[in-house]
Design a protein around this ligand. Structure first.
Ligand SMILES: *[C@@H]1O[C@H](CO)[C@@H](O)[C@H](O)[C@H]1NC(C)=O
Ligand SMILES: *[C@@H]1O[C@H](CO)[C@@H](O)[C@H](O)[C@H]1NC(C)=O
Ligand SMILES: *[C@@H]1O[C@H](CO)[C@@H](O)[C@H](O)[C@H]1NC(C)=O
Length: 775
């Protein structure tokens, strides 16, 4: 980029700046005079699990083990309470995780119970996953979901439970008078259907009601504190977290996690601009306009906190100091803005919007089977940036969601008004008696998985290959594989036309392979109704469920609930039971049908049970709690070896630079700076709310100011061992210099920890030579 020094350029810059400020002032003015009718609170906390050795959850690829961080994972929460009856409240948590899990929900609720008594229970809490396929696995309690992670991984589990608890504490403590605005709109170009041949098996007259074969609607709730103004935004949009593919080893929130990071950064920048307007002393055009001011405001606080907590000593515990790179402004009590991009009826959607192609021929795959010459491994979906890499595709899908969310946020006008209500029950889906609309009475079946499951999807083909109890599998598989069971005749009949690959619902050793008792729940805040479903509903399944709940609410409420009620599905919520396809899609037995656990009428069972719940909600009737789900966390088998010890080669210390920047190096926007350090295993300390990598800027007084950390899009922290069992390991911190960079002198730091054979964990930092960035 050429230096922007000409007077004309500067004048243009100032004009844009003033325009932004005026627009901002107008927007903020317009949005702060809604009457506060609820108590609202938002919170957010780091849930990044182990960044080494642990299998990433989603593709079930045994080779896809964590080896660093692209950006961090977070739990984002909102609480809404009735000011007249403050115990009447609902809590929604959005996790940058592949899915919510029964184990995590049960243990989080137990924590909340010991902290807050009966305020947050299974009745009024939804914990929903974004479905990123790049988060550490091993936190689910059922056997099938922890095979590739070598069983349970307690560190992954704890990172989730601890982080959710912290994010709820923040939301709870921020609870203050405010209002919620709701808005919705179409978002094109961010999802397509990956199983269109199954969708086409739905009745023609039903399909004719819709323009698209996936939902394109984004619904957004905007939270406005009476005094602080905007504090958060949560939206729901259905698209798989598979922009990063099955070869990625860096922890990542995928497209939704990235969209959330972009929107939170956008809001921070905007509020800094607004505060500059309010405080004319900071309006210092001579020093390069508002963007630099943004950095200044950001950094003053950071450096203060940083030096205070580290005390300049090498071995200080470094967790929890670095997140301040994006703290709210100094002197403000207002908590950081929380933006959450939540998952919905995600089942048959994909962000790989160019479609699926054969890697050998470049031709489209077989339409009905997603194969190339009969082989599923060769058929792979392409993201929007293809042939550019999956980071670029992730960014595009994230940007599209982020920008649409900003539009909906800025133009939201409709205020949520009305009662806060909720209903929840547990259902044993292995045995639900369902009365179909044609009066036929049928039953659901114990869980089972069909053959197409082994083939995977075009987002990650050929996932599982453990049909035969082979001796190729990992240790956990060797232990559990011998428990594979032949399905009973009754089960074969019940699941038809699904050919059964694994009869998970009839396998209980060493503990249950699949869930059968699952929670379903409804949270209602005025016109907004959120359905918590413990599965991935396909597009048409979601539409049928929403329609059934909406019409029940309207019919049963005697006119109290009108057509303006908005029903959204929160997917992968509170528990996980794979997919829910329609009866017609099930007949086709693609991946989604093969993964619909409880037989062809699974969706009908959900609709029946949700209709009862919705009726009870409007009538104010009690619902039976249903059977209690099992908590098997204490029985779990864990085969992932711990970190034995770390070491460095002779003459090297932890934190020493292995590959430095060249002497007197100078870089510009778009360049990549890379520095490598001797390090220890990241599993020694997750550095929660901290960072493994930091880019620092030298300010005019000679202080180093933290500017980018491992939660920034522009940085990557990669970690590797020279050999599989080696106690030595290396950290590579990469910084791709972004457009918005401020020119100056920089350096790169690494924070890590190591373990002696019988010793405790010790912390260290390492620092590169300084280098110049010119713009
Ligand atoms: C896909 O399957 C349907 C139903 O069996 C069939 O009518 C159609 O011709 C098939 N399409 C292709 C492209 O093979
Ligand atoms: C995954 O993405 C990487 C980087 O974009 C690409 O090189 C690789 O071919 C992709 N692999 C699969 C299986 O999609
Ligand atoms: C780096 O810059 C310094 C000061 O300008 C100079 O003395 C030194 O020779 C330079 N080193 C290299 C390797 O260019």
């Amino acid at each position: 980029m050429a230096p922007r020094s000409s007077i004309a350029a500067r004048a243009g810059y100032i004009c844009v700046f003033l325009f932004t400020i005026l627009t901002l002032a107008a927007t903020i003015e317009a949005q702060q005079n809604k009457e506060a009718n609820y108590l609202i609170g938002v919170g957010s906390y780091d849930i990044t699990g182990p960044a080494a050795d642990v299998n990433l959850m989603g593709y079930a690829n045994p080779e896809q083990n964590a080896a660093g961080i692209h950006f961090r994972l977070r739990a984002r929460s909102f609480i809404v309470a009735d000011p007249a009856e403050t115990n009447n409240r609902v809590l929604f948590v959005n996790l940058d995780a592949c899915m919510g899990a029964q184990s995590v929900t049960l243990h989080t609720l137990a924590r909340l119970k010991s902290r807050y008594g009966g305020l947050y229970t299974e009745k009024n809490v939804i914990i929903s996953g974004t479905h990123t396929h790049s988060g550490p696995g091993g936190y689910l309690q059922y056997v099938l979901y922890i095979i590739t992670s070598l069983g349970f991984v307690r560190q992954s589990f704890n990172a989730l439970v601890d982080g959710i608890e912290q994010s709820v504490i923040q939301a709870h403590e921020n609870l203050r008078p405010g209002s919620i605005l709701v808005n919705e709109g179409e978002l094109l170009g961010a999802n397509i259907n990956r199983s269109p041949s199954a969708y086409l098996n739905n009745p023609a007259d039903e399909r004719a009601k819709y323009t698209y074969d996936v939902d394109k609607t984004m619904v957004l709730a905007k939270f406005v504190d009476e005094e602080w103004g905007e504090v958060g935004a949560f939206n729901w949009f259905a698209v798989h977290g598979t922009s990063m593919n099955r070869t990625n080893k860096l922890i990542s929130g995928d497209n939704k996690g990235a969209a959330a990071r972009f929107m939170e950064d956008w809001y921070l920048q905007r509020s800094v601009e607004y505060s500059i307007l309010a405080d004319t002393k900071k309006l210092d055009f001579a020093s390069d306009g508002h963007r630099e001011a943004f950095h200044r405001v950001q950094s003053e606080q950071v450096s203060h906190e940083f030096y205070k907590s580290s005390g300049g000593k090498q071995s200080t515990k470094l967790s929890s100091i670095m997140h301040r790179v994006r703290s709210p402004m100094k002197d403000s009590l207002k908590p950081p803005f929380v933006a959450a991009f939540c998952q919905s009826n995600v089942g048959d959607t994909t962000p790989n919007i160019q479609g699926a192609f054969c890697v050998d021929t470049g031709l489209s795959c077989d339409f009905n089977h997603s194969t190339c010459n009969g082989q599923n491994e060769l058929c792979i979906g392409r993201g929007p940036a293809y042939p550019d890499d999956h980071f670029a595709s992730t960014k595009i899908i994230a940007d599209r969601q982020f920008k649409r969310a900003v539009d909906l946020f800025d133009s939201a006008k409709e205020q949520l008004i009305g009662k806060i209500q909720y209903k929840q029950t547990y259902v044993d889906f292995s045995n639900v008696v369902v009365k179909l609309p044609n009066k036929q009475v049928i039953k659901t079946c114990p869980a089972a998985i069909g053959f197409s499951f082994a083939a995977g999807t075009t987002d990650g083909p050929g996932a599982f290959n453990f049909e035969q109890g082979d001796n190729q599998g990992n240790l956990f598989w060797k232990v559990v594989g011998s428990f594979l069971k032949k399905p009973s005749d009754e089960q074969i009949e019940c699941q038809k036309p699904k050919p059964i690959l694994i009869d998970t619902g009839e396998m209980y050793a060493p503990y249950a392979w699949a869930p059968s008792i699952l929670p379903i729940s409804i949270l209602k805040i005025g016109q907004l109704v959120i359905l918590g479903v413990p599965a991935e509903f396909t597009t048409m399944s979601g539409r049928r469920l929403r329609d059934a709940v909406k019409s029940t609410l309207i019919q049963q409420s005697n006119g109290e609930i009108g057509n303006d009620v908005r029903v959204v599905i929160a997917g992968l919520a509170n528990g996980y039971s794979q997919y829910v396809a329609t009866f017609e899609e099930y007949e086709v037995q693609r991946y989604e049908g093969a993964s619909t656990l409880f037989g062809p009428h699974t969706l009908s069972a959900y609709i029946q049970e949700f209709t009862k719940l919705a009726t009870a909600l409007v009538k104010g009737n009690d619902v039976s709690p249903g059977p209690a789900p099992p908590d098997m966390v204490d029985k779990q088998l864990e085969f992932l070896p711990g970190v034995l010890m770390d070491s460095t080669p002779n003459g090297k210390n932890f934190g020493d630079v292995k590959e430095d920047v060249p002497a007197n190096a100078s870089y510009t926007v778009g360049d990549k700076v890379e520095v490598e350090f001797y390090t220890g295993c990241p599993r020694n300390d997750l550095l929660t709310e901290g960072t493994y990598g930091l880019v620092e800027l030298l300010d005019s007084s000679g202080k180093w100011i933290p500017s980018y950390d491992d939660d920034d899009w522009s940085t990557r922290f990669s970690w590797y061992r020279p050999k599989t069992m080696s106690p030595e390991s290396y950290a590579v911190i990469t910084w791709a210099i972004p457009q918005t960079v401020q020119a100056g002198t920089y350096r790169i730091r690494h924070f890590g920890s190591y373990k002696h054979l019988f010793g405790s964990v010790k912390h260290f930092t390492g620092t590169s030579s300084s280098f110049k960035v010119v713009t």
